[in-house]
Design a protein around this ligand. Structure first.
Ligand SMILES: *Cc1c(COP(=O)(O)O)cnc(C)c1O
Length: 377
């Protein structure tokens, strides 16, 4: 029996239950299920929180990425550079739109895409870059934007795992929220994400008025005037109940982030100096909101460790066991095993531990004791 899951969404709900229940009942009582006032209110509050001009709510994070790429007007065959070490959704939308995903390797410490790798992958066909702020810290946006500027590329941030992370540009000293640094930011409100709904949800961010207008058309069947469709769009909406729940949880996002950071600091202290464990490294230009707390194991039998933890009732998980270029659906003659050595090394040696808003030092002691017992044996 697993006592400690990767997340504790029930524990988190219990603390805000009266407010959430009331909001849901209100929506049922006035049947404002789609495009109700709750959606507009959440949109405005999220705009303020992120300090961004436009938030466009949509149905999920995958749609957010797809809508962004459609709105940019990319054409089949255009190349989009992204990381080989991410959740499949990032590459999926590129492939679905018949664009060409160009994968690059990542940094061994932050697990994020690097500007050097992007620069090396640019061709005359390159049109956009999708940096993923993996596990909760921002990619090197200053240098990524420099490459984008030099080659006239769009930057679409996949910030599904990093909502609330603060990025500080080391040239200007300006601090911005993840997802508001490039041309467009895309996020997910999947229940286990740092700002999670009680179902699916997503949003797109931009400071560009024209792109925002275009994306509002794309998410609504490409409709400009009611029943006049100037573009081929999609149907992608955030429903009112999810918006109401997210609006309540948004007020707590700061404390949720702090709880995750404190839990990460506990783990870091427990594992400090252990030669078999690389603890998460945060780049100096970003905060880390720890969507995942991910170790790199050095010379430890990962499957054995996971089984040992499971025996003690502790969940653990591998994000991600198979790099994109080795996924069956994405096999491509351009790529071979060995092409992305860091990604391939990470996929064999990373391990994520439970991290969420409801951890206590007592629970974390059980987790770290169990892990160290195996690693040090
Ligand atoms: C979760 C996630 C997505 C997709 O979000 P959904 O809401 O599940 O569609 C995209 N990219 C990354 C990096 C994610 O973690």
């Amino acid at each position: 029996m697993i006592k400690y899951q990767m997340v504790d969404l029930v524990g988190q709900y219990k603390k805000i239950k009266p407010e959430v229940d009331e909001a849901i009942i209100e929506i049922m009582n006035n049947a404002s299920f789609i495009n109700g006032p709750a959606v507009r209110q959440f949109q405005e509050n999220l705009q303020n929180y992120l300090n961004v001009k436009h938030v466009i709510p949509c149905a999920n994070g995958t749609d957010a990425l797809q809508v962004a790429l459609i709105a940019l007007g990319l054409q089949p065959g255009d190349e989009v550079i992204t990381t080989s070490f991410t959740f499949i959704a990032t590459a999926e939308v590129i492939a679905l739109l018949k664009l060409t995903p160009v994968l690059v390797d990542v940094d061994p410490e932050t697990f994020n895409i690097t500007s050097e790798a992007i620069e090396n992958a640019v061709t005359p066909k390159t049109k956009a870059i999708i940096p993923v702020h993996l596990f909760g810290q921002c990619a090197d946006m200053h240098n990524i934007r420099q490459v984008a500027k030099k080659h006239n590329l769009f930057v679409v941030e996949d910030t599904a795992q990093a909502i609330g992370a603060d990025y500080t540009c080391y040239q200007s000293g300006n601090t911005k929220k993840a997802g508001t640094i490039g041309d467009i930011g895309c996020t997910s409100f999947f229940p286990s994400k740092n700002l999670g709904a009680f179902g699916d949800g997503g949003a797109i961010f931009t400071n560009d008025d024209e792109l925002a207008a275009q994306m509002r058309v794309v998410v609504n069947h490409g409709m400009t005037v009611r029943y006049y469709h100037d573009y081929i769009g999609v149907n992608s909406r955030l429903d009112s109940m999810q918006a109401a729940i997210l609006d309540i949880k948004l007020k707590h996002l700061g404390e949720y982030t702090k709880a995750r950071q404190e839990a990460a600091a506990y783990y870091n202290r427990a594992f400090a100096g252990n030669p078999k464990i690389q603890t998460p490294v945060t780049a100096d230009f970003t905060t880390h909101v720890f969507h995942q707390y991910t170790l790199v194991l050095k010379g430890v039998d990962r499957e054995g460790l996971m089984a040992h933890l499971a025996e003690k009732g502790i969940a653990s998980a591998v994000y991600y066991p198979v790099p994109l270029h080795m996924q069956k659906a994405y096999i491509d003659p351009r790529y071979n095993e060995g092409d992305f050595p860091v990604t391939e090394m990470l996929s064999k040696s990373v391990l994520s531990l439970p991290i969420h808003t409801e951890l206590t030092p007592e629970i974390q002691k059980e987790i770290t004791d169990a892990l160290l017992e195996y690693v040090n044996s």
